[in-house]
Write a protein that binds this ligand. Structure first.
Ligand code: PRX
Length: 648
């Protein structure tokens, strides 16, 4: 175990295990009172709430429902009013290393101008606005501007394809897209606006009437008169003040699409009040954010981590944070370490995949090893998105954290809005590979299929017993799917996370053992196997049938492995390689490059039982390259196992 230092235990917001336990006890003895106290302390309300939790229409829970507030007021105005107007809110580190600092006053003015520009183009409270942007101050301001006028944003990660973007715009019924001409990543100019054009082609998204385009690179783009407007033109002449739209606490702040176990991504809907509370609270306690910190979360604003720990949490607390445009390997694999040194970052939050790939790079090239950079400013490290293996944890701790920085291994999900199970840096003793204990007030537990508690030391299903403020409110447009996915009737009204977990017999510490559904986690990116299967079979010219499973991968955590039956004879050699490439490109076009299968295996057919069910467990063994030990006697055609042994 690694214990917090004496100094950390004294100065942290949650100082020592006794303080942690006191908070847990407070939540246990008066659950609503605990959250109400924190909601009054951390959030500024226009109209104070009088009701805390409404469970009448469970599982559609409501928190602080009669309170009104505005998220952008909480993140910007109130900091300016508190005298932080000149404080740096965002240090923008561009792909090429150029730095732009934006103060709270400037971010407020830009947000207000954009809010006014949105209003001028008819965007109203409750409208959905899609943001398809790279990492930029403008991206954060766009989210804040939507929040300011009560529009619900839906950020789509800039790596998603035109088809994925179109699906999301249609599902959300978005009235506008805010985008950039191109994005810069690793010295390359990659299209954004061209993908928006393709997504909107042929009137496929009739609700979407406007496209606002931030000029990032000045690259060549097509223009649709009457629909497209440059951001700088839309902002010209707009006032730098804008009265916030005071919305009810349950007003939807955002939708964020994520993968589930069907082929169709779901629009996870988050609230305003409860979400903001947890974003601010977890930033304060898990990262122990203080006024002088320089906070850096390396996630993209297209993922939930970027929402909570870039666009909202640190700003709600008046912090200073880095917004990083580039990639960890450009100009070389020391970029993270050099950037930490350059900006004297104190809190650094990244994903295990990034750490693992930077370990590899550092091991083969001394020049990019973290020891070449002065990382003495760091005081807290974080990990998110997937399990961190103990070896990567130890390296991160020793070589990045200099052996002195606690690592907060934060378990949470798009649906949970913020951290659920995590160490607190000035309190929790750490065990590599464990996300340790629930955040105070979060009733995480491990149960069996019927919702009965299982003893520590025995694995089971991860659930959350009581509703919490930042939880998902519904799946946009599909409340039935929300109930079925997260509140299945056999689980006694508990929230089903979709992960398996185990608690240590002695410490009660949690370790996440992986998804229990058909969701894969590749480089911390969540993807549904069914989604990739539908993309493959939509290549109707080539593909007759496809099955997708995950297999362990040293760097990306999991890798996508696709088993494919073609409409033509099973290929081999160069022909198989060429078809595999065509299929990868196809999936990239349908979903995005992150969904490209790493392995493609061809068979005359897929292993099925005599009743016609694809034997997925068997496919997982084949994908891992393991000897097949399962009973194959029910297999229709045992000979195909050998065919599937070859990956392209
Ligand atoms: O399987 C868990 C894994 O990521 C899933 C959630 O993915 P997403 O909604 O994309 O959100 C990722 C960022 C919060 C979870 O169901 N996961 C996330 N954090 C951890 C993790 N697995 C193990 N340890 C973690 N710290």
């Amino acid at each position: 175990m690694y214990y917090p230092t004496e100094a950390a235990m004294k100065s942290a917001h949650v100082a020592g295990m006794a303080a942690y336990e006191k908070l847990c006890a407070e939540a246990e003895s008066d659950y609503e009172g605990y959250w109400a106290r924190l909601a009054r302390e951390l959030v500024s309300w226009k109209t104070p709430f009088t009701k805390v939790l409404n469970e009448e229409n469970a599982p559609f829970f409501k928190w602080f429902e009669d309170g009104t507030l505005n998220v952008s007021y909480n993140c910007l105005d109130r900091n300016v009013e508190a005298g932080l107007g000149d404080k740096t809110a965002i240090i923008f580190e561009a792909d090429d290393g150029q730095v732009t600092r934006v103060s709270y006053s400037e971010l407020l003015s830009r947000t207000c101008q954009l809010a006014n520009a949105l209003k001028a183009r008819g965007v109203k409270k409750g409208d959905r606005v899609v943001i398809y942007m790279s990492m930029s101050v403008e991206g954060v301001a766009a989210m804040q501007a939507c929040a300011r006028i009560g529009a619900t944003h839906s950020v789509v990660f800039g790596g998603f394809s035109a088809q994925s973007l179109r699906d999301r715009v249609q599902d959300a019924g978005a009235v506008m897209i805010i985008t950039a001409d191109e994005q810069l990543r690793g010295g390359k100019q990659l299209p954004l606006k061209a993908i928006v054009d393709e997504a909107l082609e042929g009137g496929s998204c009739p609700t979407c009437k406007d496209v606002i385009v931030y000029k990032r690179t000045g690259g060549n783009i097509a223009w649709v008169e009457g629909r497209d407007v440059w951001l700088h033109d839309a902002l010209a002449g707009q006032a730098t003040t804008c009265e916030p739209e005071w919305v009810g606490a349950e007003h939807p702040l955002f939708l964020l699409y994520t993968s589930g176990s069907t082929g169709k991504p779901k629009g996870v809907q988050h609230s305003t009040g409860g979400y903001l509370l947890h974003a601010a609270l977890t930033t304060k306690w898990t990262f122990d954010l203080k006024p002088d910190d320089v906070f850096w979360c390396t996630a993209d604003i297209g993922w939930v981590t970027g929402h909570t720990y870039i666009s909202y949490g640190p700003l709600a607390l008046g912090g200073t944070e880095i917004v990083f445009e580039g990639v960890p390997t450009y100009p070389d694999a020391a970029r993270f370490w050099k950037t930490i040194e350059k900006h004297k970052v104190t809190i650094f939050y990244t994903a295990p995949t990034a750490i693992r790939s930077l370990i590899k790079a550092a091991e083969s090239n001394e020049a990019v090893h973290p020891k070449q950079s002065d990382l003495s400013s760091l005081r807290i490290l974080g990990s998110v998105g997937e399990p961190i293996n103990p070896a990567a944890w130890e390296w991160y701790h020793q070589h990045v954290g200099g052996g002195r920085c606690p690592i907060v291994d934060t378990f949470w999900q798009t649906e949970t809005g913020g951290h659920m199970i995590t160490p607190l840096p000035g309190a929790t003793p750490l065990v590599p590979g464990s996300c340790t204990l629930p955040f105070p007030g979060i009733t995480a537990a491990i149960v069996d299929e019927l919702g009965n508690d299982v003893p520590n030391g025995q694995g089971g299903i991860l659930v959350v017993k009581k509703p919490w403020p930042s939880m998902i409110r519904t799946i946009y447009g599909d409340p039935e799917r929300f109930k079925k996915s997260y509140y299945p009737s056999e689980l006694k009204g508990y929230y089903l996370a979709g992960d398996g977990a185990i608690r240590d017999a002695d410490t009660g510490y949690f370790t996440i053992t992986g998804r229990i559904d058909d969701v894969l986690n590749v480089s911390g990116h969540r993807m549904g196997t069914m989604e990739i299967e539908s993309a493959l079979v939509s290549c109707t010219e080539l593909v007759a049938e496809a099955a997708v499973v995950g297999r362990p991968d040293d760097t990306t955590g999991e890798a996508i492995c696709a088993f494919v039956v073609l409409k033509r004879p099973r290929p081999s050699g160069d022909e198989a390689k060429a078809i595999a490439k065509t299929l990868r490109d196809w999936v990239a076009k349908e979903i995005g490059p992150i969904a490209k299968p790493k392995d493609i295996r061809f068979g005359d057919n897929l292993p099925k039982t005599r009743s016609g069910k694809i034997m997925r467990r068997l496919l997982r063994s084949v994908a891992k390259g393991e000897a097949v030990t399962q009973d194959t006697s029910t297999l229709e055609n045992p000979a195909i196992l050998e065919q599937l042994g070859q990956a392209y």
